[in-house]
Design a protein around this ligand. Structure first.
Ligand code: 0WD
Length: 254
């Protein structure tokens, strides 16, 4: 029997088949999970729907996490489809492209608000909305990056947003822990995805990483998917509030 047999939940943040969220979806599905997916706008629906259907998803809905009404509608549909949910995966981030080059002095007031709202507050908003439908031992997982802790290239305002996200993970873990619900993050090494293409000098960052990481390679969406499977499964029943690195060891040598 698979590790996730009988488990149901939501994955937000699939944009295409290179998305980290897609690596996570494949790993959870392989172990028996039933997954509801969201997409951002019609352009992405054309990419996401066939992927979701290939995993027999019973729920494929639009959701812009900057809109409370979208989040409410998503959770209402999840309640109708699944009753309770056992996992919620948040793999979403956004910052204006021009603020992901040069230094953090490029950050505008509005750009800061957008980056923090979509990349950090959205986790709190989703968890708040989903709280009534979480199963007693549900698991929440988000994605972060080492730029939250150290200055890395032009990650800039996104580093600030990820620091807020990591702190949110700890506070959410404390808030939901008494109900048995766990909240963790995976801090992934650089992976070539749509979101990564917005970061200036990502190509050299990616190359540098493989040269210096102890495992001398980049990580894949399969690596992240398998770690996510552990964190979402009963194997990690005693783990919450953690920032779990899946980065070929890079953070221990820089
Ligand atoms: O190197 C990387 N790729 C790393 C990514 C290293 C470490 C962490 N991460 C994080 C990202 O910051 C993000 O939180 O992993 C998460 C997933 O990112 P990804 O898989 O690299 O990127 P991508 O495939 O582009 O998926 C992110 C998606 C969006 O795609 P686009 O490219 O269209 O922005 O987040 C979604 C959207 O589908 N998204 C939203 N979803 C709902 N509402 C919103 C929104 N407002 N904004 C973006």
């Amino acid at each position: 029997m698979g590790l996730m047999e009988g488990k149901k939940g939501l994955i937000l943040g699939v944009a295409n088949d290179r998305s980290i969220a897609w690596g996570i979806a494949q790993a959870l599905h392989r172990e028996g999970a039933t997954i509801g997916f969201t997409y951002l706008g019609e352009a992405l629906e054309r990419r996401v729907r066939p992927l979701a259907e290939s995993l027999n998803s019973p729920l494929i809905v639009p959701c812009d996490v900057s809109k409370d009404e979208d989040i409410t509608a998503l959770i209402e549909q999840a309640r109708e489809t699944f009753g309770q949910i056992d996992f919620l995966v948040h793999a979403i981030a956004f910052a204006n492209k021009e603020e992901l080059s040069g230094t953090i002095l490029n950050t505008t007031r509005e750009g800061f608000r957008i980056a923090l709202e979509i990349s950090a507050y959205s986790l709190i908003a989703l968890v708040k909305a989903a709280e009534p439908i979480f199963a007693p031992d549900a698991s929440v997982l988000t994605l972060t990056y080492h730029g939250a802790r150290q200055v890395i290239g032009s990650y800039n305002v996104m580093g600030v947003a990820k620091a807020a996200l990591e702190a949110s993970v700890r506070y959410l873990a404390a808030g939901l822990g008494p109900r048995g619900i766990r909240v963790n993050a995976i801090s992934a090494g650089p992976i070539r995805t749509l979101a990564a293409s917005g970061i200036a000098n990502f190509r050299s960052l990616h190359k540098h990483f493989a040269e210096y990481a102890p495992l001398r390679r980049n990580v894949t969406i399969e690596d992240v998917g398998n770690a996510a499977l552990y964190l979402c499964s009963p194997l990690a029943a005693g783990v919450t509030g953690e920032i779990h690195y899946v980065d070929a060891g890079f953070n221990v040598v820089v």
